[in-house]
Structures are given as structure tokens and as C-alpha cells.
Design a protein around this ligand. Structure first.
Ligand SMILES: [Zn+2]
Length: 261
């Protein structure tokens, strides 16, 4: 019997546009950055983030990279530089200065700035129902968490409750939209504030880690400024930071018991 192999089929979400030539670019940059060992399998897509944002994550042997769809048709130079930026973050490597320059000059170019602005306006609509819920106000929670855990240095962020209750996730930070949305199911008086705060805190940790990638340049484009920043979603470091939340165990226990986890 011959079975068709499904293993190598790229994972494509509905909004993503496949970029078949992307894998070769990433493999080349993998070598260029001096990454040791075997390269992962690369799945590369263009993704309609609100701005010029890109993400990468490792899932076992596959690195899933999403380049902003604003890079479609970009010169090879710029695509290579963007791949290098993502790989340097994933593997915590220094980005060579020439690649950093290449990426920045692309991101700062007027043409891209205009496209970014247009995309922002088009997609910048809020996909949540605002921070004031029935039982909890996310803005207040964000404010005191920012003061208490982040010495107030996290940027003001668009916050809101999900429009509909979600089944599978408690909250989300979208690096493209730069917003934090919390599952409406937590907006009930019987859910203690520290439980909502725990979920917001978790998303704020993502915001903190993503922030350097999305700094605004004077030209209005988004550029990567701090090449030492880390990506990785829930790295051991992230998990350690998460446990700094004072009611960490209490909040998780509540979520488990309530069947929300
Ligand atoms: Zn997370």
C-alpha cells in the first residue's frame, strides 16, 4: 500500500499566501548567519499583518515563518534581510550589520511606508468590544500591571474583550495589530480580578518581547531596531517571567477548576 505523505505539506491558514521560494531564502540565510547544525524545514508564507511585521516559530523540525504581505514583490535583497532578522531572533544571533542596514533601508523606504499606512488604516479596525466589560475593566488592569511589573515602560496598547466568547484561548496579543484581546468568558463577576490580570499579564509579556520589533520609525514604517531581542513564544525564560505574577498559582487553579483552562 502506498500512503501519501502529508508530513511536508505546509500549514497554511486561510489568510496566508504561500511563498514557495521563501524556504530557499531562509536556508541560505541560515548558513549565512553561521547557524550550526541541520536547518529546520522552512514553511514560509506572506501574512496580512496590519503593519510591516514578521514572525517565526519553531514547531519540532519545522520553522513557520510569516513575512508581512507588504513584502510581496519586494527585492530579493530585502527578503533575505527580513529572513535574516527573523532567524537571528529565533537563534539569538547577532545580525550582521550589512543585513541590518539592508532591512532598515527597505522598511524606511517611502514606498513601503505608504503601503504600511494604507494597510494600517484598512486593517486597523478594532476586532474587540473595548476595554470596559461587564465585570472588569481591562485598561485599569493593564495600568496597574504595567506599573507593578514593567516599571511602567510598556507602551499604551489597544485592549478589549473578544466580541464573542472563545473556546480555545484565554487571550491573545497580536503583534501586527498591536492589540491585546481577552476572552469575553472571563468578564464575569465570579471571575476574580487577579485571574483576568494573570491572562492580561501573560499577553503583556508577549507585548514586552515583541515591542522592539515594532518600533515606529520617523518615516512611519515599522523597523526592527533591537537585534538582541528574543522571539520564541513560551521559552523557559518566558515561563519564569510568568511565574513572577503574584497570584500565578491561584489564578491557574481557578481557571482549571472553572474549566476555562
Ligand atoms: Zn502566550
Amino acid at each position: 500500500m502506498i500512503r501519501r505523505s502529508a508530513a511536508r505539506r505546509p500549514r497554511i491558514t486561510p489568510r496566508a499566501i504561500p511563498f514557495p521560494g521563501g524556504a530557499a531564502i531562509f536556508r541560505r540565510m541560515f548558513v549565512r548567519l553561521g547557524c550550526r547544525g541541520r536547518a529546520p524545514h522552512f514553511d514560509v508564507v506572506f501574512y496580512p499583518y496590519a503593519g510591516l511585521s514578521h514572525t517565526i516559530r519553531l514547531r519540532e523540525e519545522t520553522a513557520e515563518a510569516r513575512l508581512s504581505d507588504l513584502m510581496r514583490g519586494a527585492p530579493l535583497d530585502a527578503l533575505e534581510a527580513a529572513a535574516a532578522v527573523l532567524l537571528s531572533k529565533l537563534y539569538r544571533l547577532r545580525l550582521p550589520a550589512d543585513l541590518a542596514r539592508r532591512y532598515r533601508s527597505f522598511a524606511d523606504s517611502a514606498r513601503i511606508s505608504r503601503r504600511v499606512e494604507r494597510a494600517r488604516r484598512r486593517r486597523g479596525r478594532r476586532r474587540h468590544s473595548g476595554p470596559q466589560g461587564v465585570a472588569h475593566n481591562l485598561e485599569n488592569i493593564f495600568r496597574w500591571l504595567n506599573a507593578e511589573y514593567f516599571i511602567g515602560r510598556l507602551p499604551a496598547t489597544d485592549l478589549g474583550w473578544s466580541v464573542a466568547p472563545w473556546r480555545r484561548q484565554l487571550g491573545v496579543f497580536d503583534p501586527g495589530m498591536r492589540h491585546i484581546v481577552i476572552n469575553r468568558r472571563l468578564d464575569r463577576p465570579r471571575v476574580p480580578e487577579h485571574v483576568v490580570a494573570y491572562v492580561v499579564y501573560h499577553e503583556m509579556l508577549h507585548l514586552e518581547r515583541a515591542a522592539p520589533l515594532h518600533l515606529r520609525t520617523p518615516a512611519g514604517a515599522l523597523a526592527h531596531r533591537d537585534y538582541r531581542c528574543r522571539l520564541g513564544l513560551h521559552t523557559p525564560e518566558f515561563r519564569r517571567a510568568e511565574r513572577q505574577f503574584r497570584q500565578f498559582h491561584l489564578a491557574r487553579r481557578f481557571l482549571l477548576r472553572a474549566g476555562l483552562w
